[in-house]
Design a protein around this ligand. Structure first.
Ligand SMILES: [Zn+2]
Length: 190
C-alpha cells in the first residue's frame, strides 16, 4: 500500500522525493492519512533555491533565513500547512513532519499550543529527549515525536532520539504520544 502513504511532494529531484517518502512511511499509514486529510503539502527545495523563492509566507515572516550562514534544514509553515525542506535527511524530514502532524491534529493550529496534557508534560519535564526539545512547546512536540518513531541521522552529534530514552526522560509525554498513535494516528488494519 505504498501509494496510500504518499503526500503531495513538489520538487523535481526523484532522489529527494524517494528519501522523503521513505521517512514518512516510518510514521505509519495512519499518520499519512491524518496529514493528507489536513491538506499538508511538502516542497523539496532544489539546489540553490531559497525559502523565499517558494513561500509567500516565508518571504514575509522569515525574510532573512536564506541569508544565514547555514539556513535551516527545514521549515514548517502553519498558515500554508506546508513543509519546506532543504535537507532530505531522515532526521530533518521526521522533525518537520512531526510539526505537520501537530498542525493536522490541531485542525490548522498546533495541537501542542492548546492541548493541556502536552503543556503540562512540558512544564513539568525535568529532562528532555534532545536539547532542542526544551526550546518551546512546538519543538518539544516535534522532538518527542521524532523520538517515538526513532528517526535519527547517523552523523548527528545530538543524542539519539529513541523511545526508550524518551520514556526514561519524560513518561508524561511518552503517554501522550502512545495515546496519539493508538487513536488519532492509528494505522487502519494494523
Ligand atoms: Zn522545529
Amino acid at each position: 500500500m505504498l501509494d496510500a502513504c504518499v503526500l503531495p511532494i513538489a520538487g523535481e529531484d526523484p532522489a529527494a522525493r524517494f528519501a522523503i517518502e521513505s521517512t514518512l512511511r516510518r510514521f505509519g499509514a495512519g499518520s499519512a492519512r491524518v496529514a493528507r486529510d489536513a491538506g499538508i503539502r511538502i516542497v523539496a527545495l532544489a539546489r540553490g533555491e531559497g525559502y523565499r523563492d517558494c513561500s509567500k509566507a516565508l518571504r514575509r515572516l522569515a525574510a532573512g533565513v536564506d541569508d544565514w550562514p547555514i539556513p535551516p534544514a527545514g521549515l514548517f509553515v502553519v498558515e500554508e500547512r506546508t513543509m519546506y525542506l532543504r535537507s532530505f535527511s531522515a532526521m530533518t524530514v521526521a522533525h518537520e513532519f512531526a510539526h505537520a502532524l501537530d498542525c493536522a491534529l490541531g485542525g490548522g493550529i498546533y495541537l501542542s499550543s492548546v492541548d493541556p496534557r502536552i503543556r503540562s508534560a512540558f512544564e513539568r519535564a525535568t529532562a528532555f529527549v534532545t536539547p532542542y526539545a526544551a526550546s518551546g512547546l512546538d519543538e518539544y512536540f516535534a522532538e518527542t515525536m521524532r523520538a517515538w518513531v526513532e528517526i535519527n541521522d547517523p552523523q548527528s552529534l545530538w543524542p539519539r532520539a529513541t523511545r526508550a530514552r524518551l520514556a526514561a526522560a519524560d513518561p508524561a509525554m511518552t503517554a501522550v504520544l502512545a495515546s496519539l498513535f493508538a487513536n488519532e494516528l492509528r494505522d487502519e488494519g494494523a
